[in-house]
Design a protein around this ligand. Structure first.
Ligand code: GLU
Ligand code: MG
Length: 452
């Protein structure tokens, strides 16, 4: 970002700050998501927003090697007490937080003191990959689904208590939590988040909200905003929301599936083509690239030891490296949509979960897809039915350390992420695997479910 841009941002932030102050907003939270998948913040009083837009807000690079329990590891390029970065709010996303009266939110990009990009900034990485796609004439539309479990009391207590005993997908759950859910819809609407659906999910106390697709960075920003809105609204309602990959070991977990479609101008490349189920050659090669890279991508999209307690066959988590038309057990589910809905055709990556950093997810998926285009890949035959029953498909990694091996062997991801970011991610994965090496599944679930 040049000096001129910063001066422009300063002028704009002054107007925004005045408006926010007049509306009773006291503070702005600037968020970034660390490599462990936790959203961290610095906040400034509203009057200080212009300064933050011009000079940034200081933070230590050591956050790049934080773990889920707030302990720290170190990595080849990043780690230790030295250095300072500047967080710059994205003013285009500045949003007053309905469920946190007095507060507004903006996601932040991280730069070095000198003004150059911080090489391990996950949001800048997502922007770079979006730009790579754009240089090839491709626009990527993405959207995350948010699943969470509502509980009462302490997240780490032995047995979670649920505020509803209603059945999976049951109307009883919506009745039991009627005010809570209506309040959530209202908070999202006021924040101009376009909600597509809200429904009870399979697990006890579990719900899901899905929102309209956006550009990749926008989709990741929305994932943060939606989660923090659910968190704040739940807290105000006296409830504890759990976003961990599993709440109870052995049960169905929380996914954070990613939907994506590829566009050239106004044309959705996931339909009206000659490939399987109407894909164009471009979208087929892109999806084949994603499918090929999935074992390594898991180190990004399923980043916690808890992720592998969720990623089990026959739980709709997508535990097999295959694709299928509307197949909810395939890691890659293709959706044709209605013939008269140009935006309907898309693919869903199901094996990812809410412990993942959404900026890393969108950037890494684009990198894998573009590599598929470079190699002119085609998709294997689609799979129908439960791959666990058929027994022919390749199981995705069953542990974080196995996913990490694939990640460390992935030239595609290493090149795309760049060494400092790549190495800090690998270090965090290795350290979290070690952290829980001796823990039982139930201990892993209890230690992680309330952290994200
Ligand atoms: N909760 C499931 C998961 O862990 C997904 C259920 C669904 O398909 O919506 O991904
Ligand atoms: Mg779901």
């Amino acid at each position: 970002m040049g000096t001129g841009d910063r001066e422009q941002a300063y002028t704009r932030a002054r107007q925004e700050a005045e408006r926010l102050t007049a509306d009773g907003i006291q503070g702005i939270v600037l968020t970034w998501v660390d490599n462990a998948g936790l959203t961290r913040v610095k906040s400034v009083p509203s009057a200080r927003l212009p300064h933050a837009a011009r000079r940034g807000v200081g933070m230590s690079p050591v956050f790049d090697v934080y773990l889920v329990d707030d302990s720290m590891t170190t990595s080849r390029h990043i780690g230790g007490p030295d250095g300072d970065l500047r967080l710059f709010p994205d003013l285009d996303r500045l949003t007053p937080l309905t469920a946190q009266p007095g507060w507004a939110w903006a996601p932040a990009d991280r730069y070095a003191q000198s003004g150059v990009d911080h090489p391990a900034c996950q949001r800048l990485f997502a922007q770079r990959m979006t730009e790579r796609a754009r240089q090839r004439g491709l626009t990527v539309r993405m959207g995350f689904e948010t699943e969470w479990v509502v509980t009462e009391g302490e997240p780490a207590q032995d047995t979670p208590r649920y505020p509803t005993a209603g059945p999976a997908y049951g109307m009883a759950r919506v009745v039991d939590l009627s005010d809570y859910l209506a309040g959530l819809l209202d908070a999202l609407r006021v924040q101009r988040v376009e909600v597509f659906q809200l429904h009870p999910e399979y697990s006890p106390g579990q719900f899901e909200v899905s929102v309209a697709p956006a550009d990749p960075v926008g989709a990741a920003d929305l994932a943060v905003l939606v989660r923090e809105t659910i968190r704040a609204h739940s807290t105000r309602s006296g409830l504890a929301p759990l976003f961990g990959p599993v709440v109870e070991a052995g049960g169905v977990g929380n996914g954070r599936h990613l939907h994506l479609s590829l566009w050239q101008g106004a044309r959705n490349l996931c339909r009206d083509g000659d490939g399987p189920h109407g894909m164009t050659a471009t979208s087929e090669a892109f999806l084949a690239g994603v499918l090929r890279e999935l074992p390594a991508l898991l180190a990004i999209g399923a980043p916690s030891p808890a992720s592998y307690l969720r990623l089990e066959p026959s739980r709709w988590a997508g535990a097999y490296q295959c694709w299928g038309l509307e197949n909810r057990e395939a890691a890659l589910r293709f959706i044709t949509g209605a013939p008269d809905d140009p935006g309907g055709a898309n693919a869903e990556i199901k094996c990812f979960d809410p412990a993942a950093n959404p900026y890393l997810v969108v950037g890494a998926v684009i990198a894998a897809g573009l590599a598929g285009l470079d190699s002119g890949l085609t998709l294997p035959l689609p799979v129908s039915g439960d791959p666990a029953v058929e027994g022919r498909e390749r199981r995705l990694p069953t542990s974080l350390l196995t996913a990490l091996e694939h990640f460390e062997d992935s030239m595609v991801l290493r090149e795309a992420l760049g060494d400092p970011l790549f190495e800090s991610i690998a270090a965090v994965r290795r350290a979290e695997a070690a952290l829980f090496e001796k823990a039982t599944p139930q201990e892993i679930a209890a230690a992680t479910r309330g952290r994200y």
